[in-house]
Ligand binder design. Structure first.
Ligand code: IPE
Ligand code: IPE
Ligand code: MG
Length: 265
């Protein structure tokens, strides 16, 4: 695992100022089930504890000046889990949305839910819509919850919308560009994720933001999601701050550009 930065909350990256702070953090919140199993508890207890961890991380991001936090809550593949776990997760979404939205609104957080929402029952769809409407004009942290989301689904949606335009004679095939594809995908209006975090010890993407993570910095943590707190978030952000993002250029070019920026930007 890549936990390469020692925990030092006294000089935490989030509180140290804006330098090298990611604008957009995207998290696969993994390890709830194992957290509960370790305690001989049913897996749902891990999911409940996971909601508490979300609260802490949202607060940390809001205070730290992060603009967007995207959280993977339920993948398009998670329907494959035992019926009972899926049912309890849906109930938890309902209660958590009902309970947390007022607090989020009070804290000026804008909530967005992305994914194939039509896959959820009507009551949950309604609650999601209400939460988005209530918070849509808030100007603080944007929290994006990816629910019934899959990266392949997202890319397919974008491809379909371009195909429809071509079929209608509104778009030429030659005018299809990566930018147009990106426009048809979730999060198109937000900055791309700068930092990706996966908790729970696995080193995979599990069909999360396949397109959007093209140039994101990756950080894998062994911490199980319910134990992931502001200190752990700070460690991830401190690691991010040490990375040199080259976007295909050489390290020398990046350094040169930074020097020019220091004097002219
Ligand atoms: C992530 O935790 C939450 C969801 C996928 C809903 P898991 O439930 O996958 O936890 P582990 O990986 O089994 O420990
Ligand atoms: C990814 O975790 C999905 C969420 C955290 C919502 P999983 O636990 O479903 O991923 P896999 O199955 O281990 O790859
Ligand atoms: Mg898991």
């Amino acid at each position: 695992m890549v936990n390469d930065t020692p925990s030092d909350t006294s000089s935490s990256a989030l509180s140290a100022g804006k330098q090298n702070i990611p604008r957009h953090v995207a998290i696969i919140m993994d390890g709830n089930g194992r957290w509960a199993e370790k305690r001989n508890q049913p897996r749902i207890m891990g999911h409940r504890a996971g909601v508490e961890a979300v609260r802490g991380v949202v607060e940390g991001c809001a205070k730290g000046g992060i603009e967007v936090l995207t959280l993977f809550a339920f993948s398009s593949e998670n329907w494959r889990r035992p019926k009972q776990e899926v049912g309890l997760l849906m109930e938890l979404f309902m209660t958590a949305l009902g309970r947390e939205v007022k607090r989020l609104h009070k804290n000026n957080v804008r909530l967005r839910v992305v994914g194939d929402i039509k896959g959820f029952n009507k009551a949950l769809q309604k609650r999601i819509a209400e939460a988005q409407v209530l918070t849509q004009n808030n100007t603080g942290l944007t929290v994006v919850v990816a629910a019934n989301y899959g990266g392949r689904w997202d890319i397919t949606q974008a491809a379909k919308s371009l195909a429809i335009q071509v079929q209608a004679g509104q778009l030429n095939v030659d005018d299809i560009t990566p930018e147009r594809m990106a426009d048809g995908m979730c999060l198109a209006d937000l900055p791309e994720p700068d930092l990706f975090i996966r908790t729970g010890g696995e080193s995979r993407i599990s069909n999360f933001l396949l397109w959007q993570l093209a140039y994101t910095e990756f950080y894998f943590s062994d911490i199980l999601w319910p134990d992931f707190n502001i200190d752990a978030l700070n460690d991830a952000i401190a690691s991010f701050a040490t990375r040199q993002r080259r976007f295909g250029r050489t390290g020398q070019q990046v350094e040169q550009n930074n020097k020019v920026c220091e004097t002219e930007c």
